[in-house]
Ligand binder design. Structure first.
Ligand code: SF4
Length: 350
């Protein structure tokens, strides 16, 4: 019989389970403490729980769902890419980044991705399936256990489109932010979407407190469709209207991610088109120089990056340039699965 995983249960569900098993609710507190605070990986380590109950737990449940297939660390040791194998044999990747006191994990939400963005290595894999709640949370749990570190930030920006696995991703975020689990603040958790408009509106209507990022990449409808076929379904103007709807509803700024690609979307005219598009929308813009995984695209020149941001400096937007971490191990944005395609295992070497 397949063991049920305790990781995908929120504290209330875990309490209910304990009651169904004839135990007190307090048992859930003990389990949560062992799993998320003391970070044990097996029931045998839970020494304040009776042996008889531990055996009962072992017979019916597990507390982990991913296993480590490969770990590659960058030369500076600040970025670590995990290749995890799931119980059905498929693989996903997660990235752990260290920056001063910040400990950030980038999580996957699906195995592969159906959206086929032209600049993205994951898109080339095609879509395999959605991740379960337990599989999303367990990426984080595994990494916090592995490094024995409290994690401070989470970005759901790894493999997959999180808003096409909406319920599982949000349920996982609710566990991650819960004080009895990881207790990571909701504003420290960012969900990044390629622009699934109905889900953006749902996210706004439900007033979820997590941060929202939208992968924009061009203000020009044709260029965006070329880069991101999802734009054919959800065109850029409607997407900006959805972002405006989100702001009006929540008063929180959206972050627009903009991967800067040489000669394609990094010209002054591209910056001005973007400026026009978002001129009345308080927002943040995160410029990400392209990480070269595809021979069709090149990273922008340094002076083009500086030039691009000029029009925004006098606007009501926060603009930043993100220097990607982990480029040497293909752990940077848009590089996940690079080296995995067709093989199942990354052969990335330092
Ligand atoms: S960029 Fe994101 S949405 Fe686009 S193919 Fe890659 S994983 Fe999917």
């Amino acid at each position: 019989m397949k063991h049920k995983n305790l990781i995908g249960l929120n504290p209330t569900e875990l309490e209910q389970l304990m009651v169904e098993m004839g135990e007190s609710r307090f048992r859930a507190d003990q389990l949560l403490d062992w799993i998320y605070k003391k970070r044990v990986s097996g029931f045998d380590d839970m020494t304040n729980i009776s042996k008889a109950f531990r055996n009962k737990l072992k017979e019916n449940f597990s507390i982990g769902t991913v296993s480590l297939e490969k770990l590659v660390s960058s030369q500076d040791n600040f970025t670590h890419k995990f290749l995890f194998r799931l119980t059905d044999g498929l693989c996903i990747e997660s990235v752990f980044m260290i920056e001063n006191k910040r400990r950030t994990v980038c999580l996957s939400s699906q195995v592969g991705c159906a959206l086929n963005c032209d600049f993205c290595a994951t898109g080339k894999m095609g879509f395999k399936r959605n991740l379960e709640v337990a599989e999303i949370v367990d990426q984080l749990l595994f990494i916090s256990r592995y490094f024995d570190e409290d994690l401070t930030n989470v970005v759901i920006m790894g493999m997959g489109e999180p808003f096409l696995n909406y319920e599982n991703v949000l349920n996982a975020c609710d566990i991650i932010s819960n004080d009895r689990c990881f207790a990571i603040g909701k504003r420290k958790i960012t969900i990044s979407t390629s622009g699934i408009i109905p889900a953006i509106k749902q996210f706004a209507d439900e007033d979820r407190k997590y941060k929202l990022a939208i992968s924009l990449n061009s203000a020009d409808n044709d260029i965006r469709s070329l880069l991101m076929p999802v734009n054919n379904k959800y065109p850029v103007r409607e997407l900006i209207n959805a972002a405006r709807y989100y702001f009006n509803k929540t008063r929180r700024r959206v972050t627009f991610e903009y991967v800067l690609i040489r000669g394609l979307n990094d010209r002054r005219m591209d910056a001005e088109a973007l400026q026009k598009l978002i001129h009345d929308l308080p927002c943040k813009i995160n410029i990400i120089p392209y990480n070269e995984t595809d021979e069709n695209y090149r990273q922008s020149a340094e002076n083009a990056i500086d030039d691009f941001i000029q029009p925004f400096l006098n606007m009501n937007v926060v603009i930043s340039v993100r220097r990607s971490r982990g480029v040497d191990i293909n752990a940077a944005c848009g590089q996940l699965s690079y080296g995995v395609v067709g093989k199942g295992i990354s052969e990335t070497v330092l």
